[in-house]
Design a protein around this ligand. Structure first.
Ligand code: ADP
Ligand code: MG
Length: 702
C-alpha cells in the first residue's frame, strides 16, 4: 500500500509548481494529489458523433460537424469587429464567429478545405451559428482517431485559474500526469466478494475512467463503482455507529403490559387505532423489550395521529415503573399536548404535568418534588425539561416532538444522570424521503404512519391568480358565515424582511377593509411581535373570538385548531414545498371539509408552477417530499448540513435511490454476519472504518 502518495502537496506534481499550487488551493481547494484525483469532471463532451448541419438543434450542448469552409471576412468596426466564416456540408450552411484573436485565426482558415468543427451551437434568425468553435483540418483517418478522442472531460475552472493556464484543458493535463504516474497506487478498498457480487470495476480503473473514459460503457461502470464506494462507506459508518451505540447503551426493558396501558386502551381510547398506528406501536414495543436503548424516528403526516402513539408508548413505560416526558419546541405546542393528553387520559388516571418557561414558581416547585419522588408520571414541556434542576426519579421514555434537528448532543442531555438512558422517540411531521432518511438519520430506526384516520376528508386545494382575489374573498365570507375560521399567511423570508412586512401590512389593511367590524374580527401574529402579544392573539383565535388569523409563517407547526378550516397562502409561489405542506396541515383537523387556497401572481417560474401544481394534485406528504427532493436536491433540504449527504460527489440521492437501498441492505447483512468486521474477508473494511474514526475522510484514497 502506498496511500501516502496522495497526501503529497500539489506543488510537487509535474507541471504545477508553487504559484499554480497556490491558485489551485485557493480557487478549488486542491491541496494535494488526492484532492486533484477526486476532482471529477462535471461533464463529458461527446466527440464520437458527427452532426449534419440540418440536424443541429438549439438545445444541443456541444456538437461536432464535418464541413467545408466557403468564405471568411472581417466584419464590423473597432469594438464590434469580428471574424465571420461560413462552412457547409451537403445539408446546409453554418455561420462561424470569432470576437477575439481575430487576426491570428483569420490567417489559419483556408477556404475550400474541410474542417472538423466543434462547439456550442446557437441560432440567429433561425440559422445555426457557432461562436469560437474549435477547428481542426480534416485529414483522412480523423474519424478513426475517435478511439482516443471520444468523451472529453470538462473540469471546473475559474477566471483566476485561467490566468495560470489552468482552464478545463489545463486541469485535464495535470490530471493526466497524475493518473499516469500514480494509478498503480490506487488500491482496492473493497474485498473481492463484494466487487464480484456487485460486478464492480476495480477502483484504479474507476478513477482512470471517470477522468478519461475509454467509452461511455466504461464511464458508466466507473461512475457506478465510485457511487457504490460513497454510499457503501457512508452506510458502513452509520450502521457501525448505530451498532456501537446499541452495544454501549443498555436499554430499560418494558416487560409488562399493565393497568395504565390496558385501562387506556380498553376504556379511554375514543377511536380504533389505524393499522399504521398499531404497526408503529408494535415496533416500539419490540424495541423496548430488547434491552437496548431505542432511538426511533416516527414520521407521519400532520393529523396522522402521532400523539396517541406517543401516549400509549409512555403508558407502557409507566406500567413498568418509569417516568416519561414530551418535549415540544414551543410553549403553545407544549400546552396543546398537555390539554390533549389530559383530555385523553382524564383527571384521576395518572399524574401529568406541564413545565414551561411561564410555569409559576409555586407550581414549578410541586412539579420538581413530584418528579423526584416519582409521583409525576408524564411531564410535558419545552426546553425547560432539560434544565439542570429537573431531576427525575426514574426517566424511562422521552418523546421529542417536531424537532428533528434536535441533535444527538441535546438528546443525551436528557439522560446524563441516568446510568441506563431512556428510550427516545423523535416525532416529525416533515416527511423525509426514505433514502434521505436512511442517510440523514442512519443511526435512528424509522417508523412511518402512512395512513390517516378513517373518515378524514382530504383538504381541497386550489390555486388562484391575483385576478381571482374577489372570488377568494367571497369564499372566505361564506365559510365564516358557516362558523368556520380562516388563516391568511404571508411569506416572511429573511433577506427581504422589510418588503415582506410591507406586504403583510398592506394585506392586513385590505383584510380589515374587506372584513369590517363588528361582523369580522381579525387576529394578527408576526415575527416582530413580543411573545406575550403573540400568545394573546393566538389565544383569541383558539377561543374563537376572532375569525381570521393573519400571520406570517410564525404560526406554529403542530398547532391544532379544528374549527379553522380554511388556509389562504399569499404569494404561495415564494414558499418551498415542505413549508406549503406544513402550512396546509394547519387545517383539515376537524370534521368539516377543509380548504387551502394558494394565491400567486401571474408570473411563475417553472419550479414555482411545479410546486403549486404538486400541492393542488396531492395531499400526500411523502409524494410532496419526493418532488421537493427532485426540485431542490438533497443539499437544500432541512437538516442535511451536518450529514454525510453533502459529501457525496458522484452519488445522487434522487437518481441513485435504488442503489442506495441495495447498498444499505447489503451493509446490514454484513453486520449481521460479522458485527465486529473481524472475519478475514472483512479486514479491509475494518481498516477503512478505523482510519475514518481517526478523522480521515472516507472518500480519500486509502
Ligand atoms: P399529528 O400526527 O399531526 O400529531 P395528532 O396526534 O394531533 O396528529 O392527531 C390528529 C387528530 O386525529 C387528533 O384529534 C386525534 O385525536 C385524532 N386521531 C388520532 N388517531 C386517530 C384514529 N385512529 N382515529 C380517529 N382519530 C384519530
Ligand atoms: Mg403533533
Amino acid at each position: 500500500m502506498n496511500p501516502k502518495v496522495f497526501e503529497t502537496p500539489i506543488e510537487y506534481l509535474k507541471g504545477v509548481g508553487l504559484s499554480r499550487a497556490n491558485v489551485l488551493k485557493k480557487e478549488l481547494g486542491i491541496n494535494n494529489f488526492g484532492d486533484l484525483l477526486n476532482s471529477f469532471p462535471y461533464k463529458y463532451i461527446d466527440r464520437t458523433r458527427f452532426y449534419k448541419i440540418k440536424d443541429i438543434q438549439p438545445d444541443l450542448p456541444y456538437v461536432q460537424v464535418l464541413a467545408r469552409l466557403t468564405r471568411k471576412e472581417i466584419a464590423g468596426e473597432k469594438r464590434t469587429t469580428r471574424l465571420v466564416a461560413y462552412a457547409q456540408d451537403d445539408t446546409g450552411v453554418i455561420e462561424l464567429v470569432w470576437f477575439q484573436g481575430i487576426k491570428w485565426i483569420e490567417k489559419t482558415l483556408i477556404p475550400g478545405k474541410v474542417y472538423v468543427l466543434f462547439g456550442k451551437p446557437s441560432f440567429f434568425n433561425g440559422k445555426p451559428q457557432m461562436a469560437h468553435p474549435e477547428m481542426e483540418l480534416y485529414t483522412t483517418g480523423i474519424k478513426e482517431r475517435q478511439g482516443n478522442l471520444t468523451l472529453q472531460p470538462a473540469y471546473n475552472s475559474t477566471e483566476k485559474l485561467k490566468q495560470f493556464a489552468l482552464d478545463s484543458k489545463g486541469i485535464q493535463r495535470l490530471t493526466a500526469v497524475l493518473i499516469e504516474q500514480h494509478v498503480k497506487d490506487i488500491h482496492e478498498n473493497l474485498p473481492p466478494y463484494i466487487t464480484d457480487r456487485f460486478k464492480l470495476m476495480s477502483r484504479a480503473d474507476a478513477y482512470k475512467n471517470i477522468h478519461f473514459p475509454g467509452d461511455s460503457h466504461k464511464l458508466h461502470a466507473a461512475q457506478h463503482r465510485l457511487k457504490f464506494d460513497e454510499l457503501f462507506f457512508l452506510q458502513l459508518k452509520l450502521l457501525k455507529n448505530k451498532l456501537l451505540h446499541s452495544q454501549k447503551f443498555k436499554g430499560n426493558i418494558f416487560s409488562i403490559v399493565g393497568d395504565a396501558f390496558n385501562e387506556f386502551y380498553h376504556h379511554k381510547l375514543p377511536f380504533p387505532l389505524t393499522n399504521a398506528q398499531k404497526r408503529v406501536l408494535k415496533e416500539i414495543r419490540q424495541d423496548t423489550q430488547r434491552g437496548v436503548q431505542m432511538n426511533r424516528l416516527l414520521q407521519g403526516d400532520v393529523g396522522s395521529g402521532k400523539t396517541v402513539v406517543a401516549l400509549m408508548s409512555m403508558l407502557l413505560a409507566v406500567d413498568n415503573g418509569f417516568q416519561c416526558c414530551i418535549m415540544a419546541p414551543t410553549e403553545i405546542l407544549a400546552s396543546q399536548h398537555y390539554a390533549t393528553i389530559k383530555e385523553l387520559v382524564g383527571d384521576d388516571f395518572i399524574e401529568v404535568g406541564l413545565l414551561t418557561g411561564s410555569t409559576k414558581q409555586k407550581e414549578r416547585k410541586i412539579i420538581h418534588e413530584h418528579l423526584e419522588n416519582g409521583r409525576l408520571k408524564i411531564l410535558i414541556g419545552t426546553h425547560a425539561l432539560i434544565e439542570d434542576k429537573v431531576q427525575y426519579q426514574n426517566l424511562g421514555f422521552v418523546v421529542i416532538d417536531e424537532q428533528h434537528r434536535f441533535g444527538v448532543e441535546q438528546r443525551s442531555k436528557l439522560w446524563r444522570k441516568n446510568t441506563i438512558p431512556p428510550h427516545v422517540l423523535v416525532m416529525t411531521a416533515t416527511p423525509i424521503p426514505r433514502t434521505l432518511a436512511m442517510t440523514l438519520y442512519g443511526d435512528l430506526d424509522i417508523s412511518v404512519i402512512d395512513e390517516l384516520p378513517a373518515g378524514r376528508k382530504p383538504i381541497q386545494t386550489v390555486h388562484y391568480y391575483e385576478n381571482q382575489r374577489l372570488a377568494m374573498f367571497g369564499f372566505m365570507k361564506r365559510e365564516i358565515a358557516k362558523g368556520r375560521q380562516v388563516y391568511v399567511v404571508y411569506p416572511l423570508i429573511q433577506e427581504s424582511e422589510k418588503l415582506d412586512l410591507k406586504n403583510l401590512e398592506a394585506g392586513i389593511e385590505t383584510m380589515a377593509h374587506e372584513f369590517p367590524l363588528p361582523d369580522y374580527r381579525i387576529s394578527i401574529v408576526h415575527g416582530k411581535m413580543k411573545a406575550v402579544d403573540k400568545q394573546f392573539e393566538m389565544n383569541r383565535f383558539i377561543k374563537g373570538e376572532t375569525q381570521i388569523m393573519v400571520a406570517t409563517t410564525v404560526i406554529e407547526v403542530g398547532v391544532n385548531i379544528p374549527n379553522a378550516s380554511v388556509m389562504i397562502i399569499e404569494n404561495a409561489e415564494r414558499f418551498g414545498l415542505s413549508q406549503l405542506h406544513q402550512l396546509r396541515g394547519r387545517v383539515g383537523r376537524g370534521a368539516e371539509q377543509s380548504y387551502c387556497i394558494l394565491m400567486s401572481t401571474q408570473k411563475l417560474s417553472n419550479d414555482g408552477r411545479i410546486r403549486l401544481n404538486t400541492m393542488v394534485r396531492t395531499n400526500n406528504g411523502f409524494e410532496i417530499a419526493e418532488t421537493d427532493l427532485e426540485l431542490r436536491g438533497p443539499g437544500n433540504l432541512e437538516g442535511t448540513e451536518q450529514s454525510g449527504v453533502m459529501d457525496l460527489k458522484v452519488a445522487n440521492l434522487v437518481t441513485d435511490q435504488e442503489l442506495l437501498v441495495k447498498v444499505r441492505e447489503f451493509v446490514e447483512s454484513i453486520f449481521e454476519k460479522d458485527p465486529q468486521l473481524a472475519l478475514p474477508e472483512n479486514q479491509i473494511l475494518h481498516q477503512a472504518f478505523k482510519s475514518a474514526q481517526e478523522g480521515l475522510s472516507w472518500n480519500k484514497i486509502s
